[in-house]
Design a protein around this ligand. Sequence first.
Ligand code: HEM
Ligand code: SF4
Ligand code: SF4
Length: 516
Amino acid sequence: MLFYLQKAARAGLGLLHRPLARAFGPIDNPLNHLGALIIFFCWIVLISGIWLLIFFRTSVAGAFESLEYLTYEQWYLGGIMRSLHRYASDAAIAALFVHIVKEFAFDTYRLKRWFSWVTGVPLVWLVFALGVTGYWLVWDELAQYVAITSAELLDRLPIFTDSMAGNFLTDSAMSDRFFTLMAFLHLVGLPIFLVFGIWLHVFRLSRPVINPPRRLMAGTLLCMLVLSFVFPAVSQNKANLAKATQSVDLDWFYLHVYPLVQISSPGFVWLLLVGISCLICFAPWLPPGRLAEAAVVDLANCNGCERCVDDCPFGAIQMQARTDGRKYDAEAVVDPGLCARCGICVGACPTATPFRSRGELIPGIDLPELTAAELRERIGTVAGSLSGNKRVLSFSCSGSSTAESLRKAGEAVVEVKCMGQLPPPFLDYVLSRDLADAVLLTGCSDGRCRYRFGTHWTEDRVTRKRDPRLRKRIDESRICRAWQDFPEYQGSVLRQLAALRSVLPEQSTDDEEASG
Ligand code: HEM
Ligand code: SF4
Ligand code: SF4
């Protein structure tokens, strides 16, 4: 069931991926920067909110008029700020929804990676509470509807002794003090919790990406500015508690559950919301939940270089003082509770080199699920099936749709847990030992790597920007990188493969091996 839901979610994201990649380009595709985009939208909300606050009057009598002044008389700045405030809030909700779907679809929330997932749930509540209190402050008919329906919802909780809905029956009963409380929640209380919540959410991740690429920021801001000029945010009629609201234009991003309160009951809506939240919270532990062994350090081969610490995307490795009396200052220690079993540390370790005699390939750090020695053996077996003089050995992340389609096309594929697990010396090994004439590396597009930095680090290692670098003797043109893993892009991976073959010489040269 879960498998099919994830498959459907991946297919849905695939549909979004193509037009967004066309509009923003592969690097700046918003789908690859969702968490950071939500934070960027929060910045826009904050900055526009500060401008609104300068003119906003926190009283039942003054709130509506102060916003009318901003919308119509100061439309060129106040009106734009108001619209930006609204559109950035809506965009944050949209990005939040896709962020959740994406983490679910690519299974990056389970087992030991539960922390970001579970701490994300209160963030959803906070963002919605911010939206609801924001609409309340406008004090128009929509605010009246929101206030009364929210009061019905709150009345259902056993924490209030008096009926809150009673506060809204007449104009005089809506006190300025209560209105000021809402303003305080919207402007101070909830934002403080949100900032703390976001900090906690990314706390366990190493190098959390909190800023989207500049072009993406500029593009989304421009879209919102255009929207603000063309469809400025306006209020509805002024609230009048003496009169029941007939119909209001809802903001469906924030208020979609409100009509449900009328259709069903406040109790049912609470049950639904709390039920969904609990289900999401428990999702990381739902079956299938088998967890492989965490990465292990072999002290005899660890020289304390710290590269694994730098590259681990989950902050699961620490350095500590040497415990085995060897001449090095420090040794790596893995916290199994944080390890996501990606193997990226193995790809980073300078001792993970296949140029050793069989049986002795034990790097400083290794992944028991697929050790470096097993990987070397796997490479030997798969490469052994290649023939002809344009032999290409493909590497792919395990279980990816690319591995499947390459195999279907009759290609020889070696699967690794994450492309970041593949140490560059293994590529050197394949090419210099003439196990293949060229190599294809495929995996998730950057920014969408299931293990966060696998693609990024591989790209940097192969292009010699990051240690361990690919050795200079290797001709880079014999290594093709195709970072595409959505099913609809498989055609493009196969085309890249064909292009790679077309530039390979008819006769493979052994010169490099000789010089190596
Ligand atoms: C205000 C709302 C939120 C913000 C601003 C936010 C932001 C972020 C950021 C910046 C990251 C780090 C991205 C990276 O460096 O790879 C992240 C990761 C993550 N978020 Fe959120 N997030 C929010 C809500 C949520 C929610 C509601 C969920 C799910 C219920 C969620 C699930 C996750 C998970 C599972 C990761 C970790 C992914 C991994 O381990 O690779 N987030 N989020
Ligand atoms: S990268 Fe390898 S050698 Fe360096 S500290 Fe980590 S385990 Fe030790
Ligand atoms: S396997 Fe991945 S998460 Fe675990 S220690 Fe290595 S790099 Fe970190």
